[in-house]
Ligand binder design. Sequence first.
Ligand SMILES: [Zn+2]
Length: 739
Amino acid sequence: MYSLVSNRSLIPSISYLTYGALWKKYLNNEQFDQTDKDLKLYIRKNFLYAPEYVYEKFYKNFIAENDILKFIEQIASSFLECKAGEIFVQSNKMEEWQGLISIISPIPFVAYFYYIHSIKLPNIFSILPTNNYKFSINENFSEIYDMHIHINGTSETFYAWNKALSNPKAFIDTYNDSPNHKNSLEELLLQDLSTSVYDFFLMLESARIVRDLLEKYIKTDSFDNIDFHNFYKSIYNAKCSSTKFPQQRTNPYTKELELWKNLFNKKDKLPQEIRSLLHFYVLCQSQFERILVQQISQNGFKQFLYISDNKIRDHYEDDGFKERLLQLNERSRNQKINLEIRITPKNFCTKMEKIINTYTKLVDQSLVNKDNFKISIICHFIKFEEPIREGKISIQRFAHTKAQTLKETKSFLGCLESLLDSPIEVKKKYDLFVGLDAAGNELYSRPESFSHSFSIIRKRLKNKDKNIGITFHAGEEFIHILSGIRYIYEAYTFLEYQPGDRIGHANALGLEPKAWREKLNNHITIKKGEWLDNLILFVVKTKCTDKDILNDIIQYWQEIYSNNFTIEEILDIGFEAYKLRQYAYDAEIESIAKHPQKDIIHNIYKKYLFYTYDTYDEDIEIQLNEKFDVYIRGFQDVILLELAQKEIVIESMISSNIRISFYNRYKEHHIIKWLDKQHNMPLVTLASDDPGIFNTNIFCEYSHLYDMLDQNNDKFNIYNKTLANNAKKASFVNRYLKK
Ligand SMILES: [Zn+2]
């Protein structure tokens, strides 16, 4: 994060407000001040490669200031601005701001602006400011679509924080009951100064008490003496006389903003004890933020899973959908919002019914305007990690995901079909179900694991006169760009895409090969079979005649399948065998019944599926070079053209890609390259993915796009128009929801 900070004078204060070791020092009764040596070292580290004279000046100023509220004021003024009574992120500061709020809650900074501009505290459900793009909006921006949003993982951190603090004990108990979630949390905490799960809970318990004490101080202007030599015991004793922590409130933001506004009001006479308590509170919130929001340093999907699986957000989200819908509805006063919300198949009908009922209730209570805020539902199946194969037992590849998906398909269809058989008024409600998806770690399983189940679902629903769209997470994370491109190819081929179906992410088609290669130091390790499959598809699709590549194909083929095919045979028969992966085992025979070499094809397919774990899965090392950059770019274009011809749409999600995939900076993201590509390019839409995990929303994503264009209004309007038109065409609701 610190490499992004353009105003380096802020580095010491941001470090002071976020350094995890400091809340531990409070709890360990370690006395410290701003000159603390660990803090000093940490600050020095955050200046990265800057020479001493750069760092020393800022450090000296930081020591001289000695006022937490002043630090918050400096940071807020450096990032935010107020126009016509509204708070915005300053021009070209979105990326930095996004980095900042991945390590610290945005609340104090926003609160400072409410205070300094004497803005009446609003009844808000979302705290995230955007930049001022709305001053440049045209009519194309009056209706906005977010067609890729997972409802779990949506809520902003503060909701989970508030829930955790309302009852830390219940929160702790969840972890003792579910070791898997505990593992994910432990993994994250280990990355952050080896904090233990127990310490984390103690921190929450203490933050709860400290928040009470701050409220009490605001109300009474007095406080019990806190002994910082005996911090926990001392605050715990003070707690007994304090007010009870309020239970779930309809809108926790207002209350928190009010607390901050009151603290700013008293900023000149705040006692040192209160400043220290406030420091502790901000540090704890920062620690919490770092466990719930994907950090800049946390590349890759596995890190994402630690955050999405650690149960902290679920703890709050299990309570229902009301606040989440209100959060997403926040800006519908100015713009029409259409959401295609994704949920998992587990208890799908119950969850869908809950969402629809909550939505209907909010409409009935006039908390949501149904013309300005519309939702529909997509079911996303999960890519599971395959269990480790024991001994020589030959289990079908992806057996676990295939079986699990089929099982879930059966229960999903069972309930859905009965809903579709209901009387028309009941049935109508479930028209809001519009599509299928599969999400999860791409390295765990491939599109072939879902093809059988998805085809069953589509056919069975069609029999009930129900058409749905398919969208599939593909080309988001990959070992090699070619693997990612092949994943996309398999999604639209094996899942029998129809015009209008969509691919989620497709980074492999946008990422610049050279940048990717250099990030990996020109070297990767990959399974031999995966590499062979990549090369075969590459040659089949691009008609490449590079001798080295053809020789590699022949050699790997021989090593994996132990037969001496010529290159022509591999590209013909071998490719036929590859295509069989789409079918459920035993159903594939029918598809090649008339092929003269059906037995050989089938034999290769069976080898792939059951008998090549020793050869196909053997790791090999690959050198990445410039020659291949050119090949990859060509392959990207071929597949983009194929998508365009098949009328398949790409859902692009900038912040999610920046955090998970191979990009260092927003401007490296390929969306502008795609939007500029006039020909042979499929439609592209913009979406938010897991807004809570990236601390964003669809409006922030547009803000990022605006900054990526250096806030060029003309360009921004052109792209908006394209994105708006694309979204209208690509929306499953517009396509499949019966009017
Ligand atoms: Zn997603």
